[in-house]
Design a protein around this ligand. Structure first.
Ligand code: GLU
Length: 321
């Protein structure tokens, strides 16, 4: 099997990120699998190379050892998404030839007016299918005025998957309403596209990530199905999923990169050792009984023996004090 940790280098790595890295690492090592680290720096405005390098330094300092990824290489020529754009472009060309995607010229104002009231910060992905039915003539004319985004033409369907901690998930996708963007008008590739294409290219068979991404899984599963249609001679393996509860602060807020105090850099500056950080995480996450560890320092090599089927991982959030 192959597991992975796929952080976005938009800030210094913090406890919330390490929690996910820890779970994916333990799971992969327990299955004697290959552990991949991939830098999801596809958002070129928010990601920074230096932050990616700092993130790798911090992971190394914590004791993580990856079998494929930045600094050590592997079967892929690069593990930085910002350097993988030709690959994404080629796949989009194939999807376009099969008429599985279409250009969308709608502007932001129009999209906002048709979106069903989203929660703050939620990605708007409901669409009304307007550009799915444009004539060739309209498309040619619109192209001369504006670079379109590219949307996946979704067929209404029901999807299902078994999540390691969240149980069976049932998803319904509606054609047109759920036609989602794979490449923005400004040329930026969407997370859903890059993540699926890279997991396929890197042969990832198990995805462990935060449960804030649970809602994106339906769109990603649909993309696996579509890609299989586009490349019928290739066997595209759909990975197993485990969406783990996020760490939140005592006010219930998700740990964010803006809270400097919980970055690994800051904890290190306060003389926390790597095994103390990992030990505390394993205790708050319910992987071990804290009362048995008075010193609360546990190294990564000891942590890989822990049982990941504990019931605490089925809850929504884990409070960190
Ligand atoms: N890059 C994403 C993040 O840092 C994770 C993507 C994934 O695991 O699918 O939130």
């Amino acid at each position: 099997m192959k597991g992975r940790f796929a952080p976005s280098p938009t800030g210094y790595i913090h406890l919330g990120n390490v929690w996910i890295a820890l779970l994916s690492y333990i799971s992969t090592r327990q299955q004697k699998g290959t552990y991949v680290v991939r830098m999801e720096d596809i958002d070129l405005q928010r990601s920074k190379r230096e932050l990616g390098e700092a993130l790798l330094d911090d992971l190394e300092w914590l004791g993580f050892e990856w079998d494929e990824g930045p600094r050590i290489g592997g079967s892929e020529s690069t593990y930085w998404q910002s350097e993988r754009q030709d690959y994404y472009a080629n796949v989009l060309e194939c999807l376009a030839l099969e008429k599985l995607i279409y250009p969308c010229f709608c502007n932001r104002t129009r999209l906002q007016s048709i979106a069903s009231a989203p929660h703050i910060g939620e990605i708007i992905h409901r669409y009304d299918g307007k550009c799915r039915h444009l004539s060739k003539r309209d498309i040619d004319e619109l192209y001369s005025m504006k670079e379109p985004s590219l949307r996946l033409a979704v067929d209404s369907c029901n999807l299902e998957f078994e999540d390691r901690w969240q149980g069976t998930q049932h998803i319904h996708l509606d054609g047109e309403l759920d036609d989602y963007v794979l490449r923005r008008g400004d040329g930026m590739y969407a997370y859903n596209l890059a993540v699926v294409l890279d997991d396929i290219a890197m042969g990832i068979t198990e995805i462990i990530r935060g449960d804030d991404l649970l809602d994106t899984t339906g769109q990603q599963l649909y993309l696996y199905k579509t890609l299989q249609q586009c490349y019928p001679h290739k066997h595209i393996e759909v990975p197993k999923y485990g969406h783990a509860p996020l760490l939140v602060d005592i006010d219930g807020h998700r740990l964010s990169k803006r809270q400097k105090s919980i970055t690994i850099r800051e904890l290190k500056a306060q003389q926390w050792s790597a095994s103390r950080i990992l030990g505390e995480l394993a205790i708050v996450g319910g992987l071990i009984d804290g009362s048995r560890y008075t010193h609360r320092e546990i190294s990564l090599s000891d942590l890989i023996h822990l049982d990941l089927s504990v019931s605490g991982l089925r809850q929504k959030t884990i409070v960190i004090k």
